[in-house]
Design a protein around this ligand. Sequence first.
Ligand code: URA
Length: 247
Amino acid sequence: MSKAPAAMRLDRLLANMGYGSRREIQQLARAGQVTLDGVAVADADLRVPVAPELSQRLRVQGRPLDPPPGLALMLHKPLGVTCSHKEAGALVYDLLPSRWRRREPAVSTIGRLDKDTSGLLLMTDDGGLLHRVISPRAHVAKRYRVDLDRPLRGDEAAVFAAGDLMLDGEDKPLSPAVMTTLSPTSALLTITEGRYHQVRRMFAAMGNHVTALHRDRIGGLDLPGDLEPGAWRLLSEADVAAIFRAD
Ligand code: URA
């Protein structure tokens, strides 16, 4: 899953993971505060394997190492937080451990959800994974539950499925999308693109207005029912495989 190097100097790895400068890491190691398999690593130039298992083997100041580079996670994005590294107000990165803000490579969102959209948001420091998910060629489906201001007209599913809907200000029609009606004012919509405010603009094009938007699935990966808004969890290899499974 990761393009991280197979082995790296301990001081460089920990500095890149936000634990401090390389000099500070060297001092921590000399003070016996870094252990590998329970044994203090006095020399921070030791090369260590960069792999998920390292979190079980390496401890810093008695605590298990954060996930090494190559991490991927799912966040249940709550309403009111922004998918940005630098905008004002509450950011999705505030929901992760603060040390992670200093990580190199940086953790980024895989695509974005609007501030007033909730649900499944993927994040990773693995550029290869990010591009595999958002690449238009990958056609990874994203499913949204949509609540509407006014009752559905009845032709929305057919219009969205036709693949010729043109959004305001764009010069290329949308790819076909699948809509199923849940109630007169709610629906599930599955799209394979990620255009700006796409779902809201699709319903605006039908003369309606989205009052609530929640993403519950990416590819074949569902937002787990027990993942509370604001909570996150690392993705397993099976989770990553599920993203690319069409079902
Ligand atoms: N479409 C939107 O309009 N907003 C989102 O957050 C995601 C898809």
